[in-house]
Write a protein that binds this ligand. Structure first.
Ligand SMILES: Nc1ncnc2c1ncn2[C@@H]1O[C@H](COP(=O)(O)OP(=O)(O)OP(=O)(O)O)[C@@H](O)[C@H]1O
Length: 358
């Protein structure tokens, strides 16, 4: 999958800006605060429906404006072309897919795959489980068609059960929603396991390239309720605690996964740099698995590569990138040394303007 054109309107420091990324590596260079990360945010938004930066969706709107939009033209390896538009005004999304409103924003996001490594990515290793579930589910969403309908049903049942718990409703009112949660939890768990099993092979390869000194990586998974227990019975057993807490404390919405190494059995054993390299290994593995399953590379965004990694690791990343066929967006204040001499399209970003340099 490749971005042919990208247009941002009233997004952060950009009033109106257009660029035509090229196949292979695209470099966005410019001073601090120029808007480089905002371009990555825009492409990520079309793929995730949210930014990778904290602060909520509405901080993306250029100060003084009421709405922002991102528009992109994409081509797939098979030659299909798609036009994607996503805008936000007064707290609501508007989406267009090939000129028509899609059934849901999810239908739009399905057409666009972008993975990003950025300064906050170490949260994938060091942060809370929500971050890791988000990463896992994004990958599953793109390669396992059964996931989205099951996830939607689960979310609806979970919301209903949580509302009833907060209202201290009689247990009998909870049971139909618990049955629904248990019915779809099995599907969610199965596709997540399948995905992680495949991903762990790719993570093993990338981790070996970036973190060989830690030994072979092992990926573990917790599904959100005890192994061997049926979720239906487990939810019934936990009702007392769940009434007290006002939410459901077991189920796939509590799942988590982790990486461990012989030389770093717990994540607290990793240095900050190693956390970043682990996160990068996960992001690149996700791109590689996506390419294997979909026959299509996602776009890979690398924000501030040179300041995040030492030169040896930068070179290893570049080796991996050039071995694949992904379109890549790399940002930096200067040309990352590992990219010197490589063929790349260069864009200069400054004060809300983007200029193609030859
Ligand atoms: N909602 C907003 N409206 C207007 N300007 C904004 C808004 N949000 C952020 N900005 C500004 O947009 C600019 C773009 O920031 P961005 O993080 O994309 O820059 P960058 O080139 O990646 O910088 P750095 O090299 O420092 O990481 C910054 O100058 C920031 O102050």
């Amino acid at each position: 999958m490749r971005f042919e054109r990208l247009r941002l309107q009233n997004l952060r420091c950009f009033d109106h800006v257009e660029l035509a990324p090229e196949p292979g590596i695209n470099l966005l260079l410019g001073p601090n605060g120029a808007g480089k990360t905002s371009v990555l945010e825009a492409v990520y938004l079309l793929s995730h429906g949210r930014s990778f930066r904290a602060g909520g969706r509405d901080v993306l709107v250029r100060r003084g404006e009421r709405a922002f939009s991102v528009y992109a033209e994409l081509t797939t390896t098979g030659g299909a072309r798609h036009r994607l538009g996503l805008g936000r005004e007064a707290g609501r999304w508007t989406a267009r897919l090939d000129g028509e409103p899609p059934e849901s924003v999810g239908d739009l996001l399905r057409h666009c795959a972008v993975v990003c490594f950025e300064p906050g990515s170490h949260a994938l290793i060091a942060g809370g489980s929500e971050e890791r579930r988000g990463f896992l589910d994004w990958g599953v969403f793109h390669v396992e068609p059964e996931f989205l309908p099951a996830w939607r049903r689960y979310q609806r049942a979970l919301r209903q059960r949580n509302t009833l718990l907060r209202q201290q409703a009689p247990a009998g009112w909870l049971t139909p929603w618990e049955a629904e949660m248990a019915a779809v939890a099995a599907v969610i768990d199965t596709v997540r396991r399948r995905y992680l099993q495949a991903l762990s092979i790719w993570i093993g390869r990338t981790a070996e390239a970036f973190l060989a000194e830690l030994g072979p990586v092992r990926l573990s998974y917790r599904r959100g309720w005890p192994e061997g227990a049926a979720l239906l019975e487990h939810l019934a057993e936990r009702r007392g605690q769940d009434y007290a807490r006002g939410h459901s404390t077991a189920g796939p919405h509590r799942a988590d996964w982790a990486l461990a190494f012989p030389e770093a059995p717990a994540r607290e054993h990793l240095s900050r740099g190693q956390e970043k390299l682990c996160a990068l290994a996960c992001v690149l593995a996700q791109a590689e698995l996506h390419a294997e399953r979909r026959g299509e590379w996602p776009m890979i965004g690398l924000d501030d590569l040179a300041s995040e990694l030492d030169q040896t690791h930068q070179r290893r990343v570049v080796e991996r990138l050039t071995a694949g066929a992904a379109q890549v967006l790399v940002t930096g204040t200067e040309l990352p040394p590992a990219l010197a001499g490589l063929e790349a399209a260069l864009f200069h970003v400054e004060q809300g303007r983007i200029e193609r340099r030859r």
